[in-house]
Design a protein around this ligand. Structure first.
Ligand code: ADP
Ligand code: MG
Length: 752
């Protein structure tokens, strides 16, 4: 066994094995060295000590939040900032200098040398541009400076971020603009700290180039329509109604030694090859099982880092697949939750390295075991009214709840295509509809009790026109108390009511939650607008008619939209058939789903509420199609390279071994059973043919639109990759283990 790996053993630095097995003396030594390093892993940093600084003291210690601002800002300035944060009031730019100066002093006390405008480009990643606080003072020295102008606006060279044609590179100006509603924070590094300021990223013409801007716009639009409904129910305090989000993040952890021995994992985030291990997740012994010690140590450090950033992480547990875990925070306002979710993903990855592991947020890192999703729990509420999707227990609040709930049902029914489009990605294509995650068909799980309530409404509505107004009103009043807990959980539904919120489960683990939140906020905004308009009209002619009008509205909505409600098994073939009969969309792939963004009703929706202009929407469609093509292309190239340079050589070495054994035995007069040699020979031939086909599909260049290009990748390249994998995985099950170059599923998932 190679000694060159011994330095990697006992250190968390998995990069010792970097470069993959091809640089190793023999493939065996790379794999075996990885295994040995994994089993010999020892922590490199001293254990955390929560006695020294208790978690509650750590919480938000690196955040320029309201407590710090209250202590450091003049009262009127503090009040003005808080008004913007809490009620969405316009930001008064004249306060910027004062805030900037307090922020700088605070940051420097915390060791900051630089500040960074953090923004969220359409790649779905997080981008930062760092600038030093120091400026030359003219006398050979330097002073720390940070003006209101620098706080409010930055100008990163945005030319390398995708813009979908909004901005030509010769006019590469993109601006970052301070988002006061998401607090600045300190990011620590062993060599110093940086003041990070969350910002929106827009072109010089004011068009959104990022994920944040539409989140903020959609929240503003939703607030307006939600308050119209609240007013009808007698709540006219106009407290800001914010959408809330609680994202549950699933992820895998694998040892870095394995990670770097798998070029597919470190370039594509998922394995492109790998035979099914003898034991997978069938024993269901991992889910909620005891957390392995190294993993728990990692989780504790992740949580400590997130506490410092004011991210309210709450839940941790093992997930269904071996090596799979989940982390979830307490919900927050949608915009803040989105920024915090991005920070959570980067923190998971950063801390995993320290513990000698790689954190995989890909939707399907391993075929044959569960993939990773990001359930986005969503609701809306205000300071004065609380959670508007909480059924409550009085009939009066029931009626209000039912209007909000019906608005969501109508929104999901009407805009199912959009909801499918915002969770479309090359990674999520492996998950949606693969019998483990929600199907690609969007439907709503309401639970039996709530479904029953809507059925009652439907019935009394259907029988009704002759009923006296009083009876109708009673019809609403006598509704049964609504379920606090939806009772039965349905894990197969892409969009489920879970007692006091909806849970959008089709979102992929690797995605920003911004897109799904923008979609939910905007479609519900449109639905609330529709409801408010109807109810206001009824009340304009008869001020006492609210309950009758609500009854009528709910009946109409349920009659029109009930096809979207499905409480059964979303994985079953019967549902696919029934969904088709109900006329629901079944958009199986990203290439089917993304073009929904180009539909006139989607464009009308986004432009009407000022969330995205036609150009912004079109640019997003282009960028996401392009991203899809790029992802599949890289996967295709990586498949080809690994098949040619790792798998094929291993296969022919083994073939050669078998062939020489055969020849030698014949020489000494023995018969050799050539079954294995025949099979290997056949597989090698098939592998070569499949590689040739993949090569050809990847060379294709004549698509005349992005959509056609994406279709080509989806319909030609993806199946060609699967074909190569099929033969490679079969070979893995036959080739001598000491020749096989790649860490196996068994090793990656089970050796810790
Ligand atoms: P489960 O795995 O049972 O779905 P978790 O406790 O893992 O539940 O996650 C539930 C998530 O839903 C948490 O992030 C929680 O804060 C969030 N949540 C609860 N109430 C709301 C709400 N009103 N709006 C948005 N998210 C919510
Ligand atoms: Mg959940």
């Amino acid at each position: 066994m190679s000694t060159s790996f011994s330095t990697g053993i006992g250190s968390a630095n998995g990069a010792a094995a970097a470069g993959g097995s091809r640089n190793a003396p023999t493939s065996m030594s790379a794999r075996m060295a990885a295994i040995s390093a994994v089993t010999n892993w020892r922590p490199i940093s001293p254990p955390l000590n929560f006695n020294e600084t208790p978690a509650h003291e750590l919480f938000s210690s690196n955040v320029f939040g309201s407590a710090v601002m209250k202590a450091r800002l003049p009262k009127p300035v503090y009040k003005s900032v808080m008004k913007t944060i809490e009620s969405g009031a316009k930001l008064d730019p004249s306060i910027a200098d004062i805030v900037a100066s307090a922020m700088k002093d605070w940051a420097i006390e915390k060791g900051a040398t630089h500040y960074a405008h953090v923004f969220y480009p359409l790649t779905g990643l997080t981008a930062e541009k760092h600038d030093s606080f120091l400026s030359p003072d003219g006398d050979g020295g330097a002073i720390a400076e940070f003006s209101g102008k620098q706080l409010i606006q930055g100008e990163p060279d945005g030319s390398s971020f995708p813009t979908g044609g909004i901005r030509a590179t010769f006019e590469a100006r993109g601006y970052t603009i301070w988002d006061v509603t998401s607090p600045a924070y300190i990011l620590e590094n062993p060599n110093g700290t940086t003041l990070c300021i969350p910002t929106a990223f827009v072109s010089w013409t004011g068009e959104a180039l990022d994920k944040k801007t539409p989140v903020l716009r959609s929240m503003q639009a939703l607030n307006k329509q939600a308050n119209r409904i609240l007013k009808l129910f007698g709540h006219d305090d106009e407290a800001f109604v914010a959408s809330t989000a609680g994202p549950e993040q699933e992820y895998f952890l694998v040892d870095r030694h394995f990670y770097f021995s798998r070029p597919d994992l470190f370039t594509c985030g998922r394995t492109l090859f790998g035979a099914k291990p003898p034991k997978g997740q069938e024993f269901e012994d991992h889910y909620f099982g005891a957390i392995p010690e190294r993993v728990l140590a990692f989780m504790l450090e992740v949580e400590r880092e997130l506490y410092k950033l004011g991210i309210p992480v709450k839940t941790r547990h093992n997930e269904v697949a071996p090596g799979q875990y989940e982390i979830a925070p307490v919900f927050e306002s949608a915009n803040l939750a989105t920024d915090h979710q991005q920070l959570m993903m980067t923190t998971l990855k950063r801390v995993a390295e320290k513990y000698g592991m790689a954190c995989l947020t890909h939707e399907k890192p391993f075929a044959g075991v569960n993939g990773s999703g990001k359930h986005v729990n969503w609701s809306l509420g205000s300071k004065s009214q609380g959670n508007l999707l909480d059924p409550g227990d009085t009939p009066h609040t029931n009626a209000q709840f039912l209007v909000f709930c019906a608005a969501v049902i109508r929104a999901v029914f009407k805009y199912q295509g959009l909801l499918r489009a915002v969770v479309a990605s090359a990674g999520n294509d492996h998950r949606l509809g693969a019998n483990e995650a929600p199907p690609a068909i969007i439907s709503i799980f309401l639970g039996d009790q709530l479904t029953d309530v809507f059925q009652q409404i439907k019935k009394s509505g259907g029988a009704n026109s002759s009923l006296a107004k009083g009876t109708l009103t009673v019809g609403v009043d006598v509704l049964p108390p609504l379920p606090k807990d939806a009772g039965d959980r349905n894990r197969t539904s892409p969009f489920a009511f879970t007692g006091n919120r909806f849970e959008f489960r089709a979102v992929g683990a690797n995605q920003s939650i911004a897109g799904p939140l923008v979609a939910m906020n905007t479609i519900v905004c449109e639905s609330l607008d529709y409801c408010a308009t109807k109810l206001e009209a009824a009340m304009a002619s008869d001020a006492d008619s609210l309950h009758a009008a609500v009854q009528k509205l709910l009946t109409e909505i349920i009659n029109e939209c009930e096809a979207i409600i499905f409480n059964g098994d979303g994985y079953s073939a019967a549902w696919h058939k029934e969904a088709a009969a109900r006329g629901l969309l079944n958009l199986k792939t990203t290439t089917d789903a993304l073009p929904m963004l180009a539909k006139p009703d989607i464009n009308a929706l986004f432009t009407k509420y000022g969330v995205l202009s036609t150009r912004e929407l079109q640019s997003r469609l282009d960028i996401y199609l392009e991203q899809y093509c790029k992802t599949v292309r890289v996967e295709g190239l990586q498949t080809m390279e690994m098949a040619r340079t790792l798998i094929f050589p291993a296969a022919i070495r083994y073939q050669n071994e078998l062939a020489s054994t055969c020849a030698n035995l014949k020489l000494v007069g023995y018969e050799f059973d050539t079954d294995t040699l025949d099979k290997i020979t056949e597989l090698v031939k098939n592998l070569q043919d499949a590689i040739a086909v993949l090569d050809k599909t990847l060379a294709h260049h004549d698509a005349d639109s992005l959509e056609a290009e994406a279709r080509h990748f989806c319909e030609e390249v993806v199946p060609a990759m699967a074909e190569v994998r099929k033969y490679a995985d079969e070979l893995e099950g036959m080739v001598a283990d000491d020749i096989w170059p790649l860490p196996t599923y068994q090793e990656m998932l089970f050796i810790k």
